[in-house]
Design a protein around this ligand. Structure first.
Ligand code: MN
Length: 319
């Protein structure tokens, strides 16, 4: 028997935006959506990040962004919603079936595809880092590029016999023929990658920048490397960021991207109307400190919404 879940309406929506669970009815340029888990290795993978979207919604209220739609924001030099009309819809959280957790892959892609087909830019909060292919998989009709921010490579073919787990998302994305450039930023320390995985990533054309590259060369130099035609799916594993702005993670490594560095990359693409989706993964709410991680996620989403008023012009269609 298929599990039937009632629609769960968030008690507070992101930025106090209107709620619409059916993605085919969304008519705003942006949609906030929670994907609470991806294909798991272990049952706790279903729950560790599940409250992330809720916490980001709450942070948008605690910081009064949800109230002050008309206040000037110095990050993008304008009000969030200058004419008083929200450009974001809150689509709630995807209701997966915990008795069939791998099914969230197809369910999630179907859901995101409906937003993409309407020209809406998904703003996603995960979920462990197995969710990025769920979003990238919804762009079949468009040439897209991937900016992956992470301390880890995530390019293993499989782990524990699972090929769609959180050590493999960039490998799975590389298999999508509509994906062009993949730029991986923030790499440092040691994770699940072996030397042959790094060789495979480079051979497949991925451009790799360590965290030390970005600290030494500056974020503008990395932004210059994001010059490919077409839009970008930006997917940020919170452990790619510095612990001072994203403490709520499982695999901590010193030396991640500062807020200035990540904002330069995200706002830089948004200013060119080149953000196709913005995705955050690995935000484990129980490990947050005074909602610092939720605040970082909220601010980066605001930097896209505020800078990128009209997301459609830069779309490059698959020939
Ligand atoms: Mn990671």
């Amino acid at each position: 028997m298929k599990l039937q879940l009632d629609q769960i309406i968030p008690d507070k929506t992101f930025l106090n935006a209107p709620f619409e669970q059916d993605p085919s009815k969304v008519d705003t340029p942006y949609a906030f959506i929670g994907i609470p888990y991806g294909p798991p290795y272990h049952f706790t993978d279903l729950t560790a990040c599940a409250l992330g979207p809720t916490e980001v919604r709450w942070e948008s209220h605690r910081q009064n962004y949800a109230l002050n739609w008309s206040h000037y924001d110095f990050d993008y030099g304008d009000a969030l919603f200058p004419d008083g009309l929200p450009t974001v819809t809150d689509c709630g959280d995807l209701q997966g079936d915990v008795r069939d957790p791998d099914a969230i892959w197809e369910q999630g892609t179907d859901h995101i595809r409906k937003l993409v087909q309407k020209g809406t830019v998904p703003l996603v909060v995960g979920g462990f880092d197995s969710i990025p292919p769920i979003i990238a998989g919804a762009f079949e009709s468009e040439v897209i590029n991937i900016l992956h921010v992470d301390s880890h490579l995530d390019f293993r073919h499989e782990r524990y016999g699972v090929t769609r787990g959180y050590s493999s998302p960039i490998r799975r994305i590389r298999e999508f023929p509509w994906v062009q450039d993949i730029v991986q930023v923030g790499l440092r320390g040691a994770g699940s990658a072996r030397p042959e995985d790094v060789a495979d990533a480079l051979e497949s054309g991925n451009k790799l920048f360590t965290a030390w590259d970005i600290h030494n060369r500056g974020p503008e130099a990395i932004l210059d490397a994001l010059s490919a035609k077409g839009r970008w799916v930006i997917t940020i594993d919170c452990d790619g960021l510095d612990t001072s702005i994203a403490p709520a993670i499982g695999a901590r490594e010193p030396g991640g991207l500062t807020f200035h560095e990540i904002r330069t990359l995200v706002a830089g693409l948004a200013n060119q109307n080149k953000v196709a989706a913005l995705v955050f993964t690995e935000y484990q709410t129980a490990k947050d400190i005074q909602a610092i991680t939720a605040h970082t996620i909220t601010r980066l989403m605001l930097n896209v919404i505020g800078a990128q008023r009209s997301p459609k012009p830069e779309v490059a269609f698959v020939a």
